[in-house]
Design a protein around this ligand. Sequence first.
Ligand code: NAP
Length: 542
Amino acid sequence: MNTAPSMARQTDAVVIGAGFAGLYMLHRLRKLGLNTQVFEAGDGVGGTWYWNCYPGARCDVESMQYSYSFDEQLQQEWKWTERYPAQAEILSYINHVADRFDLRRDIQLETRVTSADLDENTGRWTVRTDKGEEINCRFLISAAGCLSAARVPEVAGLADFKGKWYHTGTWPHEKIDFTGQRVGVIGTGSSGIQAIPVIARQASELVVFQRTPNFSIPAWNRPLPQEEQDAWKANYVEHRERARNTRSGILYQYSLRATADVDEAERQAEYERRWQRGGANFTHAFNDIFINRVSNDQAAQFVRNKISSIVRDPKTAALLAPSDHAIGTKRICVDSDYYATFNRPNVKLHDLRAAPIETIVPEGIRTASDTYALDSIVFATGYDAVTGSIDRIEIRGRAGVALKDKWSHGPKTYLGIMTAGYPNLFFITGPGSPSVLTNVIVAIEQHVDWISRCIAHMQASGQTIAEPRQTAEDEWVKHVNEVADQTLFPTTKSWYMGANIPGKPRVFLPYVGGFGNYTVICEDVIKAGYRGFAFSGQPQPA
Ligand code: NAP
């Protein structure tokens, strides 16, 4: 095992990533009196919202909810301009937070963490970066994000393409103007569905290469009037508290009725009411949509009917209507004019199921049926989700075991926060926690607070090493799987299941038991003296 050389810079904590998670973690660690170094690969803070500056990028959680709650003054002062925040506005907000809390002085940009090795004798980590630095720390905290390892599929011929190509998750920061261009977009998940309508308005021709259609609900985005914000802010603390007790950390209207509790007319009226309100609230129209196939299909059919009522060409409408998966078991998309975009004369939908891409040629894309001449190609092909950002760091714990090897059959954690054999390594929104099924800022704050309390507990009790017990981890992994198996999620090949990455183990990555329930479990663990965790180590000097 590679242990810490004496020359390595010493610090108390290293945080990987300066997105929402890394910034708040740094803030809390400072309050605990810990010297902290944050490393961030980008040349600015913001994480996901730094990288995803593709056309149309916008959050699908409403502005008043998609922000930090930890500072009352911050949440009262910041003004949002739209119902759903655009990427640029979220990035301004994150930069504002970095300045307001004086966070930048502990953040090193343009630096990627490449490896971390545990020294079992000292319980400390030696972290290495792509800049050739070594830093030795007590606590190592991954704030590397769940959707940050962008994935460009292996397509033959890409290197020979004469035009420009982009991935939505690593979009260049200079303005890309597609005016007058022939553009191809590959992928119709949340990113593609947001980018396609905007690119269609610029491009002379747009070809959308679709492998699997997705369900999308209109956002009905609009300016956010001052009075609406003021009303929300008047009860911000209460709203946040209520959100934290919900299934997804978001104040949706969670129905208490099952689909079969109402007759067909009322059912349709409820779907319609939610469609008109917009957003992911739609999937909570009845409380059994995620667990009952028949109920799910009724909600899905409503959306399919909407698609055929919007898209004028029946063949295109049929191709856009998903029938291979239960609605919501792939992340539901939220759009602005997505389906109507296919009524434009300059937009064509290519069905990759009927005619897959054979190769990219210098002039464009050749499929089994057509060759499309293109000036630009946009890959909206997603991420190695949840574990990808952790896997690309060479992390070696006890006995030099690589985390990648420990997780070769799927990630194993206790509460999604720690993993046995890797003391003092914490994950913010790690696998096995609600993470991507929630308003991720709510999930981030809960994890950062929990980790901070754990470290404070160690400080108070003079312990230096925290590690989950193997039995606690095994029980948690079993619980995560059992809960997932009670839902329709595992029936779908999705990135939640690792199914979008060839060779990735098929396990359900997040915890689907509900954010509110999860926080109760985490609180109970603390109340029971950090049940399932072992603390050890020499008392630290005061
Ligand atoms: P994604 O949901 O994984 O979608 C990727 C798309 O690319 C899918 O349509 C996929 O088709 C297609 N694809 C992948 N490999 C392909 C290949 N080799 N050939 C052809 N098509 C291929 O990725 P995403 O759209 O970037 O979204 C990821 C997640 O990020 C979302 O689910 C959401 O959680 C988050 N996100 C949120 C927002 C928001 O807040 N509004 C916006 C963007 C992203 P298959 O389905 O057939 O694999």
